[in-house]
Design a binder for this molecule. Structure first.
Ligand SMILES: [Ca+2]
Length: 400
C-alpha cells in the first residue's frame, strides 16, 4: 500500500496539494446538487402560491444544468469590443434602412403607443432592432432551464434565483405556455428581451387578448418597451445627448480632474459626473463640427477610443434597459438616424470611420461645413424631428 512520505519530494508536494484542496474545500460554501437545488426551488415556488402543476411541468424536464449556458456566462465577461467597433457593426446602412421601413410599416400603431406612453416611435423601433433584429430573432433557449442553470451556478445565484421564481410566476399567470417561453441563454425573453422580473413589472397586453405576449404580439412588444422606457424615466421631447469632439489635452484633463458617477451599473462608473455645459466648454469639449457647445441640460461624458458623447438624463433610461455604453449609444444613434433626412449610407459611414481620432475628424468636418455641406448627425441630434407625437427611453436588465 502506498504511504505518503513527507520527507520525500513527491510526498511533500502531495501533502501540499492535499492541504490546499482541504483549505479550498473549507472556504467553498457547501453547494447542493442540482436535484437538491431544484427541490428547494419547488418548495419556495409552492410557498409563493404557484400552482403545483405549473411547478412540476416547468421543473420536471430539467435534469442537468446546461453546460452551454454556464460556458456562455463565463466567457461573456471576456468579450471586449470597443465602442467604435460595436457602432460600426450595429448602426449600419442596412440596419438604418430596415429601421426606417419598420417605422413606416407600423406607423399607426407606433404613433398610438407613443401617445399612450410618451416615448418616441423611433426609439421603440431602435430598441426592437437591437434586441431582436426587429422581431426576427428573440432566442430559442428555454427560459426556465437557462435560469435554473444560472441560479444553481454560484456566480450570480441570488439574481438568477429571483428571476427563475419570477419566470414560474409568469407561467402561473398564464401569459405564455412553457413550451413557448424562450429567449437568450441568460434568460432574456421575447422580442423585447426582458428578464422575468422586468416582464412582471413592465410587460403590457396592448392588443387586449388577455396575455402579455412579448414573443408574438407586435402591439404587446411595442407597448412593453414603451412602458419600460417611460418607467425608467424617459422624458419625451428631451434629447438623450449628442456626439462631441475634444482633443487629447482635454481628454487627459477630464480623465484626471472630473469625477465619475457612482452606481451599481458598471457603465455609470465608466462615465463622468453630470456637469453644466459651461464647465464642458471650459474643459475644451466642442461640437462634432468643432464649434462652441450650444445651451443644453447638464450632461455626463461618455468616451470610447476616439469618439465621445455628452449625454443627458434620458440616457440613463437606456442604460437601465441594458447597462452598456455601446448598446445605449447604438440605440440612440439608430433612433436618430430614423428621423434624419440623410442617406443611410452617409450616416453609417460616420460609424464605420471609427478609428480616426476625434480631433482630426472634427477638423475635417468643420472644413466640410464651411464648404457648405451639412453635418447630418449633428443636425438630427440638435433638432429631433417632431415625428414622435407625444414624445417622451433603456435597461439591462431587463437584463441583469
Ligand atoms: Ca396581448
Amino acid at each position: 500500500m502506498y504511504r505518503l512520505d513527507p520527507t520525500s519530494y513527491n510526498g511533500g508536494v502531495l501533502y501540499l496539494l492535499l492541504f490546499v484542496t482541504a483549505v479550498l474545500a473549507a472556504q467553498e460554501p457547501s453547494r447542493p446538487s442540482f436535484a437538491e437545488f431544484l427541490a428547494g426551488i419547488k418548495t419556495e415556488a409552492l410557498s409563493r402560491g404557484i400552482r403545483p402543476d405549473i411547478v412540476d411541468q416547468a421543473l420536471s424536464g430539467i435534469e442537468e444544468p446546461s453546460t452551454l449556458v454556464i460556458e456562455r456566462d463565463r466567457s461573456q465577461a471576456e468579450i471586449v469590443q470597443t465602442l467604435e467597433k460595436y457602432l460600426s457593426q450595429r448602426v449600419t446602412a442596412a440596419q438604418i434602412t430596415t429601421a426606417r421601413e419598420m417605422l413606416v410599416k407600423h406607423h399607426d400603431l407606433l404613433e398610438e403607443i407613443s401617445a399612450t406612453y410618451d416615448v418616441p416611435p423611433s426609439l421603440l423601433v431602435s430598441l426592437w432592432g437591437f434586441e431582436s433584429n426587429f422581431g426576427r430573432f428573440s432566442g430559442v433557449r428555454p427560459t426556465v432551464a437557462a435560469l435554473a442553470t444560472l441560479a444553481w451556478d454560484p456566480r450570480r445565484s441570488t439574481l438568477f434565483r429571483r428571476e427563475l421564481l419570477s419566470a414560474l410566476d409568469i407561467l402561473n399567470r398564464g401569459d405564455i405556455d412553457l413550451a413557448d417561453m424562450k429567449g437568450s441563454w441568460a434568460g432574456a425573453m421575447g422580442q423585447v428581451q426582458f428578464i422575468p422580473s422586468s416582464y412582471l413589472k413592465y410587460a403590457e397586453d396592448y392588443d387586449g387578448d388577455g396575455r402579455r405576449d412579448i414573443w408574438n404580439s407586435t402591439p404587446d412588444v411595442f407597448a412593453s418597451m414603451a412602458n419600460y422606457m417611460h418607467g425608467a424615466g424617459w422624458k419625451n421631447g428631451e434629447s438623450w445627448g449628442r456626439e462631441v469632439s475634444l482633443d487629447a489635452d482635454a481628454r487627459k484633463k477630464i480623465a484626471n480632474d472630473i469625477p465619475r458617477r457612482a452606481g451599481s451599473c458598471q457603465a455609470l462608473r465608466d462615465m463622468t459626473a453630470m456637469l453644466p455645459v459651461a464647465r464642458w466648454r471650459e474643459l475644451g469639449v466642442r461640437t462634432l463640427a468643432g464649434d462652441e457647445l450650444p445651451e443644453m441640460a447638464d450632461a455626463g461624458l461618455v468616451t470610447g477610443e476616439s469618439r465621445a458623447f455628452l449625454v443627458h438624463r434620458n440616457y440613463d433610461a437606456l442604460l437601465d434597459y441594458n447597462c452598456a455604453h455601446s448598446y445605449a449609444i447604438g440605440v440612440a444613434l439608430l433612433a436618430d438616424s430614423m428621423t434624419s433626412s440623410e442617406e443611410p449610407k452617409k450616416i453609417a459611414k460616420a460609424n464605420a470611420n471609427a478609428k480616426k481620432p476625434a480631433v482630426r475628424k472634427a477638423k475635417r468636418r468643420a472644413a466640410t461645413s464651411r464648404a457648405g455641406k451639412s453635418d447630418s448627425t449633428r443636425r438630427s441630434q440638435a433638432n429631433p424631428r417632431p415625428q414622435r407625437a407625444p414624445e417622451k427611453q433603456t435597461a439591462d436588465t431587463r437584463k441583469s
